[in-house]
Design a protein around this ligand. Structure first.
Ligand code: ATP
Length: 884
């Protein structure tokens, strides 16, 4: 029979389970029999498909055309097939590397997803355990609370005002209130999914209340599994930088095509007029055009960017910042405003009651303990939400043990806590058959609902003077940065007929206040100072009282005066226009409702700011989604917020956000260094070929350029991505999010550095020819080609050292980059092998060179270091002048 038509007892019986949950051994056995509670993912592309995908790249197509034409030429002219083999080898290596780096990036993201995998609270062996949601089995009794994602299909056993958002399944956007009794079919054959009010389904989420449920289906047997036979993992979007680079390569490809046609045309004209480039025909001319294409397209760039990003996110995860969307890495570097929750992110969320105000401390302790979802475990240690834990401990210190009290006066009804209302109530059955309601919450909300107060022995009517006294005490506690909670009670002769806030929470009798300390996290103050230096504004947003918030914000250096703080109520009074002009004044928002958070984010964004926003509660999802960087909390955060976040903090710590921003800036800077390195290299090659063609000789062949672009340049480029951050990374304002890749003079640097490398390469060509034949002349020279190749690749190697910093002298860098030194050594070795080992040398059509020539080439290449150092020196001087 269908579970929703049965009573919960019948369901448990059928599932061979109990309300205390399964035994561990039974759960293990069921997991083995039925498999993990997972939806099967769409099959990934096979290796062959992935390899074939790589061949779609226009660059690869040009190369294959070149290989075919070289092959045909070789057949007709009887020359060797070396070119064909080298080009094909490069194409294959490039495709394999492409697939490898793609899968590496995928694996990095998968590993991160595994870290942030969902967990569920489940009853096993009569105790509450937290297990991975994928390890749940049919018959498990799960506990649900606001913010949880439902991990499987389940029949409700218990519900305290549970409301479930089922839009993903039914399309219904209004949360559904749930019941626990068996449903009746009536005349219908079946009950539709949306009307099965005693069931909850995988893929929906708890938005309010608490409850428990027995799992009836897991994995692909769930309703969700039936709809989506296989869900495709959302494809990782490309980051803005990757998109810009793709656009760049499209532009480059067209440009190259244009230049190729131009060069091809010139060469053909010269061929007709004066025999053209000595000794080559139309096919040779075509190969010149191909080499130009090879020279101009930055083949390694996309791979380098992906590799640097994926290494970066893995590193960030080790520092507790778990990136869920690759795009976040770049956006982090542009962050201008960080809006942070107070409790748990700026503070430790380790609360202890240190002060109280009442006329009957035992009653205060009783109310705070009973109106509370935390509990004492077997070791008499309180577990649950930190505010509530503090109160259970407080009661315990007064000799009140929660479980003993609940045994005598059990909870029979409740209106669960919700951060909008800032109150919580429970109803308890007394021994004499009457009912007592306890309500606790924010004093400013609760006191206004009290019509009387408890004087230790009887109820007295609430007076203005008493209210004043309570408010003053509240303020004195809040000014000491304490979180203040108040408690009240209400007596009922019979069970209250409704369990709603509206019905229960008025005509209350005030009992007292507790003040609890929540120490600030010591690492946060320096992190905020770092943000200030880095031009990033820190904004505190909290549900807590204004005075508490202000006291803590002052301790942390977020504000210096109370005029920089505003409450949610005051914010509601301000028009959008007014808020747009005033937003700069406020850095503390107190007593806010979740919807205020969205308003704050949008107001900053309307000013063109890039905003990061943290959130933990179920109502924070909209603001996290709206923010440019939505940040979820790994420890205290709800599933709902974590699922929409761009980044999750494994340690809930504000300082981790600042580390992540620093990493974001470092990674972006490094990618720019790699881009500058690779593109200036491409430019130098294009210019060299252009000049050579105009002068009528061949300086480098396609295979030579391919070798440099794809082999010897790639290692230093990746190594540049691993540079440590520069000393001033967090002393500069954030970069503008709309800034192009070549902003800040990078374009100009690329151009002059490209010209510089061209000059040394051309010089090497002529010197090489001169050293061999003893005359200076413009002609085709195999010795010149050899020297030009050696100098170009070594100049690139030295230039990678220059790229460690855009402005700083490389002799003054505080850090070392061992990867770069290894990469440079690899470049040097590979280039030397190509030049020295006879068979490889022959395949590349190089001439043997003397030691003298070898060191001449190296010396010419080395020139790029002093030249760049001198230019950097003047650039620094110039920039200092601009600052003054
Ligand atoms: P932040 O937004 O910085 O995390 P917060 O944790 O104080 O701040 P909420 O959890 O929304 O924000 O709490 C808002 C207010 O509700 C608290 O200041 C407190 O007065 C009251 N409150 C918090 N927890 C409870 C609870 N368990 N029972 C009753 N009232 C509570």
């Amino acid at each position: 029979m269908k579970e929703y038509l049965q009573t919960s007892e019948e369901v448990l019986l059928e599932l061979k389970s109990r309300s205390e949950g399964l035994l561990d051994s039974e759960a293990g056995k069921r997991l083995e029999d039925n498999g993990k509670n997972k939806l099967t993912e769409a099959k990934k592309d096979s290796l062959t498909v992935r390899l074939l995908n790589q061949l779609k790249d226009p660059m690869i197509i040009i190369l294959m055309a070149a290989a075919i034409i070289s092959g045909i030429t070789a057949v007709y002219s009887g020359e060797s097939f070396a070119d064909v083999i080298i080009i094909m080898a490069v194409v294959i290596i490039n495709s394999v590397l492409g697939v490898y780096q793609e899968s590496k990036a995928e694996k990095a993201i998968e590993a991160l997803q595994a870290i942030s995998a969902a967990t569920s609270k489940v009853m096993r062996e009569g105790e509450i355990q937290v297990v991975k949601s994928e390890d749940l089995v049919v018959g498990d009794v799960i506990l649900l609370e606001a913010g949880d994602s439902i991990p499987g299909d389940a029949r409700l056993l218990d519900s305290a005002s549970l409301k479930i958002q089922e839009a993903a399944l039914t399309g219904e956007s209004v949360p559904v209130e749930k019941v626990i009794n068996a449903l009746n079919l009536g005349d219908e054959k079946d009950i539709s999914l949306g009307d099965r009010k005693n069931m909850v389904y995988m893929g929906s989420a708890v938005v309010y209340g608490r409850g428990s449920a027995a799992i009836t289906a897991t994995g692909m047997s769930t309703e969700m599994g039936k709809i989506a036979d296989a869900i495709t993992q959302a494809k990782e979007n490309q980051t803005p930088l990757q998109i810009k680079l793709n656009q760049l390569s499209v532009v480059l490809s067209w440009l190259v095509l244009g230049i190729c046609i131009f060069i091809f045309g010139i060469s053909l004209i010269r061929l007709n007029m004066d025999g053209g480039i000595t000794g080559i025909g139309i096919l040779g001319t075509f190969m010149v055009a191909v080499s130009l294409a090879v020279a101009a397209i930055p083949e390694g760039l996309a791979a380098v960017v992906t590799i640097v990003l994926s290494i970066g996110v893995t590193k960030m995860s080790k520092q507790n910042a778990i990136i869920r969307k690759l795009t976040a890495v770049e956006t982090l570097g542009c962050t201008q405003v960080i809006c942070s929750d107070k409790t748990g992110t700026l503070t430790q969320n380790k609360m202890t009651v240190v002060d109280h105000f009442d006329l009957d401390e035992q009653l205060l302790g009783r109310a705070m303990t009973l109106c509370n979802d935390a509990y004492l475990n077997n070791a008499e240690k309180a577990e649950g939400e930190p505010t509530e834990v503090a109160l259970v401990n407080y009661g315990f210190s007064l000799g009140l043990t929660k479980s003993d009290m609940e045994a005598v006066t059990p909870r029979v009804g409740e209106a669960p806590f919700d951060s909008g209302r800032k109150l919580m109530s429970t109803v308890h059955k007394m021994e004499n058959g009457s009912f007592e309601q306890y309500t606790k919450g924010a004093p400013d909300v609760l006191v206004s609902r009290c019509t009387s107060y408890w004087d230790g022995s009887s109820k007295r009517p609430m007076t203005d003077a008493k209210r004043q006294e309570i408010n003053e005490f509240n303020k004195s506690l809040a000014d000491q940065a304490l979180r203040v909670l108040s408690a009240a009670f209400r007596s009922w002769d019979s069970m209250p007929v409704q369990q709603t806030s509206k019905y229960l929470e008025h005509d209350l009798c005030f009992i007292g206040l507790t003040g609890m300390i929540d120490p600030i996290r010591p690492e946060v103050k320096p992190a905020i100072a770092e943000c200030n230096a880095a031009g990033i504004r820190t904004v505190m947003i909290t549900g807590d009282h204004k005075d508490t918030a202000v006291a803590i914000a002052k301790q942390l250096g977020i504000i210096s005066d109370i005029s920089e703080a505003i409450t949610g109520a005051q914010l509601s009074e301000i028009s959008d226009e007014q808020f747009a002009t005033d937003i700069g004044k406020y850095s503390v928002y107190a007593r806010v409702q979740p919807e205020h958070k969205v308003r704050i984010v949008k107001a900053w964004q309307n000013k063109g700011m890039i905003v990061a926003m943290t959130g933990d509660g179920v109502n924070d999802a909209p603001s996290i989604k709206t923010a440019n960087i939505g940040i979820g909390m790994g420890i205290t955060g709800t599933d709902v917020t974590k699922n929409v976040a761009d980044m999750v903090l494994a340690d809930d710590n504000f300082a981790t956000i600042v580390h992540a921003v620093r990493e974001g800036r470092r990674i972006y800077d490094n990618i720019r260094k790699a881009i500058q390195f690779l593109i200036s290299s491409n430019l130098s090659e294009v210019l060299a070929i252009f000049v050579a063609t105009l002068l009528g000789f061949i300086i480098l062949k396609p295979v030579h350029l391919l070798w440099i672009n794809l082999i010897t340049d790639s290692f230093p480029a990746i190594a540049l991505g691993m540079e440590a951050e520069e000393a001033d990374t967090m002393n500069n304002p954030p970069r503008k999010s709309n800034e192009g890749v070549f902003a800040g003079g990078l374009g100009i640097d690329v151009i002059w550095q490209g010209v510089m490398v061209t000059m040394v390469t051309l010089a090497a060509y002529f010197i090489g020819h001169f050293m061999e034949v003893g005359v200076w002349e413009i002609t085709n020279s195999p010795d010149g080609v050899t020297m030009a190749f050696l100098t170009l690749s070594m100049a690139e190697m030295f230039h990678s050292l220059n790229m460690r910093s855009r402005r700083q002298s490389i002799f003054r860098m505080g850090s070392h980059n061992k990867f770069l030194f290894l990469a440079m050594a690899a470049s040097l070795l590979l280039t030397t092998i190509v030049i020295v080992v006879p068979s490889i040398r022959a395949a590349f059509q190089f001439e043997p060179i003397s030691i003298m020539e070898y060191f001449t080439a190296l010396g010419l290449a080395f020139l790029v270091i002093p030249i760049v150092e001198i230019v950097k020196f003047f650039q620094r001087k110039q920039e200092r002048k601009q600052v003054v």
